[in-house]
Write a protein that binds this ligand. Structure first.
Ligand code: ASP
Length: 298
């Protein structure tokens, strides 16, 4: 059975501890040969910079190679080929498929027919499990813990798949986590992602919760998924930063669309570029895992 990565629900604590230990031991600038001779297909039906780029870099750093299908309009998808036939095709040519697709459940549908591991790199507004792994890894590295935290998520919580995955992962693996959901009324987090028991508060005003937050996780408006024009006037300012804890960690899955002004980049609490580098480490370790590397853990 291939080791698919489809949802954060599949991760147990031992998996996270082993993955994070391996990721922390890897250097994103070093060339390893763990995955020499292995091939990854990067199959992206939606735009991507960091997820596709870091999977490509991770596979290359581990000694493997990549078939980049970044523009499906130049593949047989443009001739009407369906997802499962496309998966069978690239499963024949490679050892692992990283899939991003606009439909919720696409990665699961791909896994049904795939003989090689499928990694969900985002399925519509559904999930983005590898982003949640790197987000949790970042929180643990920055703060040294994933318990007794107030996590504030800001922005388009309705469509943001990174939010949906992170909330679920933190609920399962964090202890004593309080959530603060900050969004305009029309972009509130969907009910199914607020599974109780959950210590949470919803507001449209970051001012209300900024001073108690240990982590502020900003997100952009997912305009490509808007069914209509929603209010997306929100953001964090230097004024908010002045009222935040000196240890607060400011995160963003990126890309940003003005929710975090560039003047905040110099603030040591701005962790989004470190978060991005953590993504490379996590994906190096994750590829080792799904491809059954036997030199270390698992
Ligand atoms: N890069 C993240 C994603 O693919 C966040 C975003 O696009 O806003 O979901």
């Amino acid at each position: 059975m291939p080791r698919h990565i489809l949802s954060v629900d599949q991760f147990d604590r031992r998996f996270l501890d082993d993955l994070f230990a391996d990721a922390a031991s890897l250097s994103p600038r070093t060339r390893y040969d763990r995955l020499k001779g292995r091939i990854l297909t990067n199959l992206f039906y939606e735009a991507s910079s960091r997820t596709s780029g870091s999977f490509h870099a991770a596979m290359t750093r581990m000694g493997g190679t990549v078939i980049p299908v970044q523009n499906v309009q130049y593949s047989s998808v443009a001739k009407g080929e369906d997802l499962q036939d496309t998966i069978r095709t690239f499963g024949t040519y490679s050892d692992v498929i990283v899939l991003r697709h606009p439909e919720v459940g696409a990665a699961a549908a791909a896994a049904e027919v795939s003989e090689v591991p499928v990694i969900n790199a985002g399925d519509g507004i559904g999930e983005h499990p590898t982003q949640a792994l790197l987000d949790l890894f970042t929180i643990r590295r920055e703060l040294g813990r994933i318990d007794n935290l107030t996590i504030t998520l800001v922005g388009d919580l309705k469509h943001g798949r990174t939010v949906h995955s992170l909330v679920s992962l933190l609920q399962t693996h964090g202890t004593n986590i309080a959530f603060r959901f900050v969004a305009p009324d029309s972009l509130r987090i969907p009910y199914e992602h607020r599974v109780l028991p959950l210590d949470y508060l919803e507001t449209d005003d970051l001012d209300e919760v900024i001073s108690e937050s240990d982590v502020v996780y900003m997100t952009r408006a997912q305009k490509e998924r808007f069914e209509r024009d929603y209010d997306h006037s929100y953001g964090i300012t230097a004024g908010h930063m002045a009222r935040a804890k000196p240890t607060m960690v400011l995160m963003h899955p990126l890309p940003r669309n003005g929710e975090i002004p560039k003047e905040l980049d110099r603030d040591p609490r701005a962790a989004y570029f470190r978060q991005m580098e953590n993504g490379l480490r996590i994906r190096m370790a994750l590829l080792s895992h799904v491809l059954g590397w036997r030199g270390g853990f698992w």
